[in-house]
Write a protein that binds this ligand. Sequence first.
Ligand code: FAD
Ligand code: DHB
Length: 435
Amino acid sequence: MRRLNTQVVIIGAGPSGLLLSHLLSRRGVESVVLERRTREYVEQRVRAGLLEQGTVDLLRGAGLADRLDREGLVHEGFLLRFEGREYRLCFTDLTGWTTCMYGQQEVVKDLIKARETACGQLYFGVEDAAPLDIETDAPRVRCTMGGEAVEVVADFIAGCDGFHGICRPSIPSGALTTYEHAYPFAWLGILASVPPSTEELIYAVHERGFALHSMRTPAISRLYLQVGPRESLAEWPDERIWAELRTRFALDGREVLNEGPILSRGVTEMRSFVVEPMQYRRLFLVGDAAHIVPPSAAKGLNLAVADVQLLATAFTAWYANGSRELLDGYSRTALGAVWQGQEFSALMTSLLHRFPSEDDYMVRLRQARLRDLVTSRATATAFAENYVGLARARLAEAIDAPAVAPAFEQPDPPSETVTSLKTRVRDLDARGHAS
Ligand code: FAD
Ligand code: DHB
């Protein structure tokens, strides 16, 4: 059996595993990344697309944003449609922060290229990876590479292998507590070769169900439809998809949806999942391996990046001066952000979707919440702070702060922002979108 030695063995070359390896290598810590799929497969896998400003800043700080800065589409607000009207929420006015549309598979391509340039040890097509001796100080991963049995011996294992990976199930039952919730609907997502119909995202709340208009590039649109929980793609020929999108995005008969060839399609179930703690001895769980959110608020990738940032710093401190404080605190700190992301994702999911069981009373409550979001500056600000990731940055600061600290610091609201929200609703009136 061939044997490799390293400091951190990383299972999974999704965004979490690749970014962790990259950050560690920049800080002088060696790692080996083992990925089950081929390089082509992980580079083409269509998933997330909305990067929070904090995520972009981290990628830029790590030398990973050359193409992202050229091709990413920076956004300052989104459109929200309900009750046949359109409103614009300018989250940059409310928070000072932006978001960026840039496909997850592009982030993955950039990361793989960076690992290649740095001669990083990254193996694709690795079969049967099995974490062993995780309760000892010398954990190992046994696997098969190109038909050959290989054992990677390391100081630590990072489980970056997603929701269906092998790391979480390798932890003895009883060591982890699971929290989960399944929603009674799913998302049918398409990638279409057509310029986006608007510059900004459109979240459309409709009595037939939610729809989202997003984009990847000026020539590629990404659209989602709320569908039944066990919907089969066979029931959704192209014409049915476009007809349903047209219906849900319709505004007083004004057709605004650009249509084009569908490049790929898939159904994503809507569920929430967290395990606690995110560590067992020398095995650390990162990103989707430890937690998933329904995609509504686009938090999955951004939360994974936040985990990686913490764990990379913790490993670096361990190797720089033997300090285990940050490694010991990894799970507790990460889970603070994870639950914040869970809460906001659940809020956005319940605000935007039609629940099969909801009665007219619940529908009206949801409509009242939506109206509050577009008319109350306080509600819009709290929402925007979560949407752009500022709330997570605040939480991180608060955790680092002294034990006795003011519960919150409330700067005087710039009255101009209140006006700008009102003005925006008025602007929309003038354009005939809202009353
Ligand atoms: P993954 O991306 O799942 O990577 C895990 C890797 O481990 C994979 O490459 C897998 O092949 C590999 N692996 C698994 N098992 C093994 C094994 N036994 N051995 C070796 N390798 C293994 N998030 C956002 O922030 N914004 C969005 O807009 C957004 N939109 C989304 C839309 C959709 C349709 C979906 C499905 C998700 C979306 N997400 C979004 C969530 C986001 O895609 C995930 O949170 C993100 O991929 C997590 O990254 P990860 O590296 O932790 O896990
Ligand atoms: C995307 C997905 C989301 O869930 C969201 O809220 C915004 C954008 C996307 O895939 O583009």
